[in-house]
Design a protein. Structure first.
Length: 223
């Protein structure tokens, strides 16, 4: 399989890429590719890519000769923890760009390589972006942008149902990552990045056989 994953330089994305690279070619999009280069893994192809500036020419140089993409994992996320009235337009723009707008554009970009290939688009959201779940002060931008990702998943599944492309979303609960520490300093999550990555990697490869257009809550705690 040819797999593309964003936000692969740390946390869940990094661990997921390592697991998937055991059996598949994994194209890792990240602003910081040094941790990926340090792995010296021939199945991991690090691509320096900024989701905010979104330079398509960077992708062209890697994917012109790749005929098909089997799995696209929109994993990257940006979180700013601030009271609603203090979030700047710049911060809000960047959160929505990384969490919603760039995944939207990536699906458009890779669509010709996904269509009619039994491919799987897996969007990584958050329990904070699920209606009816617990919400927390300071996360209005992050949670609302992740909520948009859950609805986008349902829309794309309907739009692509005749194209042999499956689209699902995992709304993750607390995982002990740097992003969690930023949102909830001192909180100890029930899952490590390595443990959650096992679930994500397996679902990315096999979930399309059982689900389409589904938002799956993956959490045993609040947050």
């Amino acid at each position: 399989m040819n797999i593309v994953i964003t936000g692969a330089s740390r946390g869940i994305g990094f661990e997921t890429a390592k697991l998937l690279s055991k059996d598949h070619k994994v194209y890792c999009l990240s602003r910081n590719i040094e941790p990926l280069l340090a792995l010296k893994n021939e199945n991991i192809i690090p691509i320096s890519f900024d989701l905010i500036t979104f330079n398509e020419a960077t992708l062209d140089s890697f994917f012109d000769t790749v005929d098909t993409i089997d799995v696209l994992i929109n994993n990257a996320g940006l979180l700013v923890n601030k009271p609603f009235t203090e979030v700047t337009p710049f911060e809000l723009h960047n959160m929505y760009t990384v969490n919603v707008l760039s995944p939207y554009r990536l699906v458009q970009y890779f669509y010709p390589k996904l269509v009619n290939n039994n491919s799987h688009i897996l969007n990584i959201s958050s329990m904070g972006g699920v209606q009816g779940s617990a919400k927390f002060p300071g996360l209005s931008g992050y949670s609302s942008s992740k909520g948009a990702m859950t609805i986008l998943t349902e829309c794309l599944a309907e739009e692509f149902k005749e194209d042999n492309v499956t689209v699902n979303c995992l709304a993750l609960g607390a995982v002990q990552t740097e992003m969690l520490e930023e949102a909830f300093p001192g909180y100890k999550a029930p899952f490590s990045p390595e443990k959650m990555a096992k679930y994500v990697a397996d679902f990315a490869v096999n979930g399309k056989e059982y689900y389409n257009g589904k938002v799956m809550n993956v959490a045993i705690s609040t947050p």
